[in-house]
Design a protein around this ligand. Structure first.
Ligand code: GLU
Length: 415
C-alpha cells in the first residue's frame, strides 16, 4: 500500500484550487502552511506508578474567518503532518459550511484502547494544561475526533475552567449534555453526511429506499451512518467493517444489532449470518453508496480501479488520494468530498458554541433543521460551481472555501 504524507495530499488539493482560481503566488504560499503550531510533551503518571511521556500537537492553520476550530485525535499513528492536513481541511470545511471559524486540529500519539480511564483523564487534563493560553472560546475551540469522545471533552473543559477560574463551556464542543453539550451533536457528522447523500441521490435520480450501502469504519460516525441511513431512507446496509475486519450479507444487516454485537465483543466481525470480508474488499463492493468512515488514505491509485460504488460519501477526512480522485472523476463516480460531506459535525459544534455563549439551549428538532438547511445550501453551492466551472465536486468545494478565506484575508488587510 502506498504510504502517503497526507499533508502533501492536502497541499495538492489546495494547489488545484489555486490554479483554478488563478491565485497570486504569495497568497497561495501563505495558504500552504499553518499559521501556528505547538509541539509539546506530556509526562503522565501511569497506573503502574511509572511516568510515560507522550507527544502532543495543536496546529492552528488559518484564523482569517474567525477563531480556529477542530478536533483532537488520540491515535498511535498520529504525526505532525496528519495534524497539519486535518487542520487545513478544517479551514476549508468551516469555509464551505460558511460558519465563522478558521481551522485547527490537535493530536496526541497514544493508544487509548490500551489506557485506563484514569490514565486517559490525566492525559486529557495535561493536554489542556499545556495549551490553555492558546485555546479559548474566542481563539481556538477543540472538539472530538478519532478515539476522543464527550467524556474527554468534559475533562478538558473542566481543566480549562479551573485554570481560568470560571466556567467556560464555549472553549470546547462535543461535550456531554449535562455540562453544556448540544442536543444532536452526537450523530451530527453522520446526519449531515446523510443530508448530502440525500441531495446527491436526488440529483442522480437514485431511489435510496432501494439502494445498497457499505460502511467502512464503525466508530461514532460510521455506526450512526448505518443506523440513520436505514432509519431515514430504508436503504439496505449490506456490509460493515471496523479496524479488525468486515461483515457482509446481501440481504442487509441490522445496524443496531451490529452496534450491540460490537459493544459486547469489541468488533463487528463474527456477527451471525454474515460472510467475513476484509477492509480492502469492502471498498470494492458493487454498491450504490460507499461510505468510508474511518481514516484517511484508503482509496488510492492501487485499489481505485476496483472501486465500483456509484456514490462515495466521504464521512472520514481525506479517504481518497488525488491520484484516485482523477480516476474516479473519469469513471463518473459521484464523490461527495469530505470537507462538505462530514461538515455536519463542526456545524453542530458551531451551534453548541452559540448556545454556550448565549446561555440559551435549543431543542433537538431545531438543531437538526438548522443543520439540514446549512448542509443543503452548502451542497447546492458546491454542485452549482462544479456544473458551471465543469470541475469535480472536490475542486468545486475548494474553490468556494479558498475564495472565502482569501476574501477574509483581503478584507482584514493581510494580503
Ligand atoms: N473532528 C470533527 C471533524 O473533523 C469535528 C470538528 C469540530 O466539531 O470542531 O470535522
Amino acid at each position: 500500500m502506498e504510504k502517503k504524507n497526507i499533508f502533501e495530499v492536502a497541499c495538492q488539493q489546495l494547489d488545484l484550487a489555486a490554479k483554478e482560481l488563478k491565485l497570486e503566488q504569495e497568497v497561495h504560499c501563505l495558504l500552504r502552511q499553518p499559521m501556528r503550531e505547538l509541539h509539546f510533551i506530556l509526562p503522565i503518571r501511569m497506573d503502574n506508578g511509572k511516568v510515560k511521556t507522550f507527544q502532543g500537537f495543536r496546529v492552528q492553520y488559518n484564523d482569517a474567518r474567525g477563531p480556529t476550530k477542530g478536533g483532537i485525535r488520540f491515535h498511535p499513528e498520529e504525526t505532525i503532518d496528519t495534524v497539519r492536513a486535518l487542520a487545513a481541511w478544517m479551514t476549508w470545511k468551516c469555509a464551505v459550511a460558511n460558519i465563522p471559524y478558521g481551522g485547527a486540529k490537535g493530536g496526541v500519539i497514544c493508544n487509548p484502547k490500551e489506557m485506563s480511564k484514569g490514565e486517559l483523564e490525566r492525559l486529557s487534563r495535561a493536554y489542556v494544561d499545556k495549551l490553555y493560553l492558546t485555546i479559548g472560546s474566542e481563539k481556538d475551540i477543540p472538539a472530538p475526533d478519532v478515539y476522543t469522545n464527550p467524556q474527554i471533552m468534559a475533562w478538558m473543559m473542566d481543566e480549562y475552567s479551573k485554570l481560568r477560574g470560571y466556567n467556560s463551556p464555549g472553549v470546547i464542543t462535543g461535550k456531554p449534555l449535562s455540562i453544556g453539550g448540544s442536543l444532536g451533536r452526537e450523530d451530527a457528522t453522520a446526519r449531515g453526511a446523510l443530508f448530502t447523500v440525500r441531495e446527491a441521490a436526488k440529483y442522480l435520480k437514485l431511489d435510496l429506499a432501494q439502494a445498497t450501502v457499505a460502511i467502512q469504519g464503525y466508530g461514532n460516525a460510521g455506526s450512526f451512518m448505518a443506523t440513520l441511513t436505514k432509519k431515514l431512507f430504508g436503504s439496505k446496509i449490506v456490509a460493515i467493517s471496523d479496524s479488525k475486519g468486515g461483515i457482509y450479507n446481501s440481504e442487509g444487516l441490522d445496524p443496531d444489532a451490529v452496534v450491540k454485537h460490537k459493544k459486547k465483543t469489541g468488533s463487528v466481525i463474527d456477527f451471525p449470518a454474515t460472510k467475513k470480508i476484509s477492509n480492502k474488499e469492502i471498498l470494492e463492493l458493487k454498491v450504490d453508496v460507499l461510505c468510508p468512515c474511518a481514516l484517511e488514505n484508503v482509496i488510492t491509485k492501487e485499489n481505485v480501479k476496483n472501486v465500483r460504488a456509484k456514490i462515495i460519501a466521504e464521512v472520514a477526512n481525506g479517504p481518497t488520494t488525488p491520484e484516485a480522485d482523477k480516476i474516479l472523476f473519469q469513471k463518473k463516480t459521484f464523490i461527495i468530498p469530505d470537507i462538505l460531506c462530514n461538515s455536519g459535525g463542526v456545524v453542530v459544534s458551531y451551534f453548541e458554541w452559540v448556545q454556550n455563549n448565549s446561555g440559551y439551549y435549543w431543542k433537538e428538532k431545531e438543531v437538526c433543521e438548522k443543520l439540514d438547511e446549512n448542509i443543503t445550501n452548502a451542497f447546492e453551492s458546491v454542485l452549482n460551481v462544479s456544473i458551471v466551472r465543469k470541475i469535480d465536486l472536490r475542486l468545486a468545494a475548494y474553490v468556494i472555501a479558498v475564495n472565502r478565506v482569501v476574501e477574509a484575508m483581503e478584507t482584514r488587510g493581510w494580503i
